[in-house]
Design a protein around this ligand. Structure first.
Ligand code: IPE
Ligand code: IPE
Ligand code: MG
Length: 248
């Protein structure tokens, strides 16, 4: 990619037209592979390359928060070999790219339940979060073993425990309290949620946080995602009129 093109595209968007927080449902790895007569796992491998392109774009366009859906709490129900491949790729990706994250000032955080995760996955999470904790550029949130309904149930339990021990009154429970009990406590809500592969659903991603998000869907499978796809996403977002219930 030549840098003149990067510059000319970057200046097409005024800072206020860019989303501060982008959520991405990276979907269609399996179908991408099947369409090429390959095993689904090849789609997951190619999906990691698309993820690298996404992160590069987010850094280039100075996006503050990027939250990617990498593995849902429901994805454990897939065939064991596929689950193992995805977990292996994820560990390899984080381990091999953490140096690049530091170099690009990218802070990584893993959002999701830690229950049932193996010791090696837990170590990968704490290493990556620890090594990038000082980074102040793009904040990359990886939703892994993530399900929004479980997130909400866990938040309700945490709030109920505080009511039970007397540290929180029922009248003090408000939207802010609930937001701050979610995995995304310190993050602004996503401005836009993007999903590839033609599916138009959330699949248990950021249910609470997406209350006023814009939705952008594309027909391409995740492994085909590239810089042009990213610019199309920014373009779609820049043309939306957000009203938040007001008259505009
Ligand atoms: C997204 O691609 C990756 C994960 C869910 C882990 P899929 O594996 O869902 O691919 P399709 O949707 O079956 O094509
Ligand atoms: C959502 O995709 C989860 C991720 C992208 C990680 P799925 O492929 O699991 O969602 P459904 O089953 O099509 O709703
Ligand atoms: Mg899918």
């Amino acid at each position: 990619m030549d840098s003149a093109l990067a510059k000319s595209s970057a200046i097409e968007f005024a800072p206020e037209q860019l989303p501060a927080h982008i959520g991405v449902i990276m979907d269609g790895n399996g179908r991408w592979a099947q369409a090429r007569g390959k095993h689904r796992t090849e789609g997951h491998r190619a999906g990691v390359e698309a993820l690298r392109r996404l992160i590069t774009c987010a850094v280039e366009f100075d996006i503050k928060y990027l939250t990617i859906f990498s593995f849902s709490s429901e994805n454990w129900q897939r065939p064991q070999d596929e689950v193992n491949t995805i977990l292996g790729l994820m560990k390899k990706f984080v381990a091999s790219d953490v140096g690049t994250f530091v170099k690009n000032n990218v802070r990584i955080r893993i959002l999701g339940s830690r229950d049932g995760l193996s010791a090696s996955v837990l170590k990968m999470i704490s290493d990556a979060e620890g090594r990038t904790a000082h980074c102040t550029g793009l904040q990359l949130n990886v939703a892994f073993n993530y399900g929004a309904r479980t997130e909400l149930v866990d938040a309700v339990k945490a709030i109920a425990a505080r009511v039970a021990d007397g540290s929180l009154g029922i009248d003090e429970i408000d939207e802010e309290q609930l937001s701050s009990a979610l995995y995304t406590a310190e993050l602004p809500d996503p401005d836009v949620i993007f999903r590839t592969s033609g599916e138009q659903r959330l699949s248990n991603f950021l249910l609470w946080q997406a209350a006023y998000s814009e939705f952008v869907f594309s027909e391409e499978f995740w492994p085909d995602f590239d810089r042009t796809s990213f610019i199309s996403l920014l373009d779609a977002y820049a043309n939306r009129k957000r009203r938040f219930g007001c008259v505009g």
